[in-house]
Design a protein around this ligand. Structure first.
Ligand SMILES: NC(=O)C1=CN([C@@H]2O[C@H](COP(=O)(O)OP(=O)(O)OC[C@H]3O[C@@H](n4cnc5c(N)ncnc54)[C@H](OP(=O)(O)O)[C@@H]3O)[C@@H](O)[C@H]2O)C=CC1
Ligand SMILES: O=C(CO)COP(=O)(O)O
Length: 315
């Protein structure tokens, strides 16, 4: 396909998501170059004249790759896009915070939504969100990826969009356990709904807007990930419920299940700030091998009884 507004797009990370995003941009007629550690092109060659640099590196590699990019010439006009869904253990930074601190003069856009890469590679329709404090940057990225099979919305709350995609991974592990234990549809609806409440609570603490969590990057991604065996995070929970150890599950898992590390980071931060995160807490104990899936369920069901919400007017 030819495109009069063709952009030069560098994709960092040739994993499942980087490859799917590269194919979407290429199908729209953009000049796409993909970099991976094992690829033939150097990072310098891939970044040359890039108008958009998109990172789909898993969380553990983001800071290192950002440092490598920083050592190379990058125009202040270049827009960075981050598609990683994780938190850095040492700092609790989000990926966009890492990119923004490495490139304070560049626009940074978060891309996140209900986007199981296998479905996107099958050319099934999907929607996503691009969020930035700089509207024109989000709009430019929206144009690069939008098509009749990928509907892209802009959003002005990058923290909320990024946290939605990150926090839902922990709830998806719990949803996998729920299905693995065959607890039924009522239990799953209860878990996912209370999971969303937990995501909003944490997100609000970190400066995200509540409404964002009810959109595609929050509820949307939560529904996709908690209901699909294609989700690696869901698979972790499902297989733990079948009695496997975390080591066994991860050694056979294709790709990255970010929720495992995110859960640890989240738990530490929630403790420091006194944020109640009961589902995350049980997932954390389960991942550490401290309790069984059944014990995690019992703990959640037998918590102190309480109102569903604390309404500000006291009702
Ligand atoms: N797959 C999906 O459906 C979706 C995934 N995401 C998110 O995108 C991110 C990537 O996921 P996905 O593509 O599935 O994962 P994969 O495991 O398939 O790919 C991970 C990518 O990160 C790269 N990487 C990891 N560490 C380093 C490092 N130190 N230096 C350079 N490159 C590194 C890998 O490079 P190499 O190949 O060289 O090892 C690979 O390209 C995750 O945060 C995930 O949550 C978001 C939406 C959808
Ligand atoms: O983020 C995703 C879908 O939006 C992918 O989920 P998993 O990382 O659990 O596979």
């Amino acid at each position: 396909m030819t495109n009069d507004n063709s952009q030069s797009v560098a994709i960092l990370g040739a994993g499942a998501w980087g490859t799917a995003l590269a194919n979407l941009a290429a199908a729209n007629g953009h000049q796409v170059r993909v970099w991976s550690r094992w690829g033939e092109e150097t990072l310098e060659a891939v970044l040359e004249d890039a108008q958009i640099i998109l990172s789909a590196i898993s969380m553990k590699g983001v800071r290192d790759v950002a440092a490598q990019v920083k050592s190379l010439p990058v125009s202040p006009e270049t827009i960075f896009v981050t598609a990683t869904k994780g938190l850095e253990p040492e700092t609790t930074c989000t990926p966009s915070q890492i990119w923004q601190s490495a490139f304070p003069d560049n626009a940074v856009v978060v891309l996140s939504g209900p986007n199981l890469s296998k479905e996107i590679e099958m050319e099934l329709p999907a929607a996503t969100v691009v969020a930035s404090n700089i509207f024109t940057a989000a709009q430019a990225v929206q144009l690069v990826f939008s098509s009749n099979r990928f509907r892209v919305y802009t959003n002005p709350d990058p923290v909320g969009v990024e946290l939605g995609g990150t926090l839902k991974n922990v709830i998806a592990i719990a949803a996998g356990v729920c299905d693995g234990l065959q607890l039924g549809t009522n239990a799953k609806a209860g878990l996912v709904t209370r999971g969303l409440t937990e995501m909003v609570r944490i997100g609000n603490f970190w400066g995200a807007k509540t409404e964002t969590f009810y959109g595609l990057s929050g509820l949307g991604d939560l529904l996709a990930t908690c209901n699909s065996p294609l989700s690696r995070n869901y698979q972790v929970g499902y297989q733990l419920a079948a009695g496997k150890t975390l080591e066994e599950v991860l050694s056979h898992l294709q790709g990255t299940a970010e929720g495992v590390n995110t859960c640890r980071v989240l738990m530490q931060r929630a403790r420091q700030q006194n944020i109640p995160v009961p589902i995350t807490e049980q997932v954390d104990r389960l991942l550490q091998g401290k309790i069984t899936p059944q014990q995690a369920l019992d703990e959640l069901m037998l918590r102190d009884i309480k109102p569903e919400y604390h309404f500000e007017d006291g009702n």
